[in-house]
Design a binder for this molecule. Structure first.
Ligand code: ATP
Ligand code: MG
Length: 354
């Protein structure tokens, strides 16, 4: 942001369950960086999900949506919980509404084994190949959004993809591969599905514009096997909605805890949204034992991808990694660090680097 407008508006949606706890730790890190480097980040908190229902009777209140639309980036904790199971509009409906209102068609989910946490990975045998993968998942097309029919003894879900839908997500994947400096593996089922045949052809076309990025294709069944046996063969995985949902959850366990990973969602323009991959975890909410690492990693992605503040993102990532290397562990990793003490430790490390 250049010129007269020096303020960057970050809308913060703490949401429900452990959302507010982990969000607090992550945003405190961003505030610290912004104050020190005069980044001009301005944070605005709004109710969303169950908290939106409680405050305004709506998981996506009009004021919240308006603020998100006019922001530079959105940071989300997590939504949902048993309290709103019987709500007329469930908290998750708010999330789908926000994604579609912001046109967030691309979901970026990096998964890797963090140094020092190798022993938590269930993929020990394959760590040697270096597991560090970014899944770029198409978020607004395919089976999840196709026409549905259902009767007592027949049901169908229609899977559709159009040229523009494939093109725009492919561009995101190639741009991310360029940033990471390696290759794209496009995952489909082109030996069977018409949508996959279209997908593969268009991905090839888009690839022609990125001669510096290597492209290969894999069928989704083979990719599922390779992700377990040799995750190191992947860099960026580009795939459609359903396959991406499944593969990104498969990959999320690579680091040993769901509490460690962040994610980003983006559209063609407008604000991006950043959130940890975990849910609201009602079972541990309010106990100050949630792992805030995924939220802090999401905050680093906000700096990196959302605002292009590469150095500041690296500082935050380094501080987080160092705290883990020093042995800080929340309960999910068998330790007794609290959510707030872990966050404070990250900020101490950050302070040392300023
Ligand atoms: P959603 O439907 O919102 O994705 P979910 O039920 O699939 O939610 P989570 O809410 O992410 O899943 O919780 C799954 C399990 O992981 C729970 O036992 C929860 O306590 C644990 N968990 C989730 N996030 C964290 C975290 N940040 N730190 C520690 N444990 C976590
Ligand atoms: Mg879930």
């Amino acid at each position: 942001i250049e010129g007269q407008d020096q303020v960057t508006r970050i809308v913060v949606l703490p949401g429900d369950g452990i959302g507010p706890e982990v969000t607090n730790e992550a945003i405190s890190c961003l505030e610290m960086l912004s104050d020190h480097f005069e980044l001009g980040l301005r944070f605005e908190e709004h109710p969303f999900g169950g908290a939106g229902i409680d405050a305004h009777g709506d998981p996506l209140p009009e004021t919240t949506l308006h603020a998100c639309r006019n922001s530079d980036a959105v940071f989300l904790g997590a939504v949902g919980g048993p309290k709103w199971d019987k709500a007329e509009k469930r908290p998750e409906v708010g999330l789908l509404g926000l994604r579609s209102a912001l046109g967030l068609f691309a979901n970026l989910r990096p998964s890797r084994v963090i140094p020092g946490l190798e022993s938590f990975s269930p993929l020990k045998a394959s760590i040697a190949t270096g597991a560090d993968v970014l899944v770029v998942r198409e978020l607004t097309g395919g089976l999840y959004f196709g026409e549905r029919t259902q009767s007592d003894d027949f049901a169908s879900d229609l899977c559709t993809y159009s040229r523009v839908e494939v093109e725009r997500i492919a561009h995101v994947a190639f741009q991310e591969a360029r940033r990471r400096g390696s290759k794209v593996t496009s995952v489909d089922k082109a030996n069977v599905l018409a949508t996959s045949k279209l997908w593969r052809r268009i991905v090839e076309e888009v690839a022609a514009g990125y001669p510096d990025v290597t492209l290969d294709h894999m069928y989704v069944d083979a990719a599922a096997m390779a992700l377990v046996s040799a995750p190191g063969r992947f860099d960026v995985i580009l795939t459609e909605n359903l396959f991406g949902d499944i593969l990104s959850d498969q990959l999320s366990v690579i680091g040993g805890s769901i509490g460690l990973l962040g994610s980003a969602s983006r559209g063609a323009d407008g604000p991006m949204m950043f959130e940890p991959i975990h849910g609201s975890a009602p079972d541990i909410a309010g106990l100050d034992i949630a792992n805030p690492a995924g939220a802090i990693a999401s905050a680093a992605m906000l700096l990196e991808i959302g605002l292009g503040l590469h150095e500041h993102a690296a500082m935050l990532n380094n501080a987080l990694e160092q705290v883990l290397l020093d042995g800080a562990r929340t309960a999910d990793l068998g330790g007794d660090s609290t959510c707030s003490s872990f966050g404070a430790q990250v900020r101490e490390k950050l302070q040392e680097r300023l």
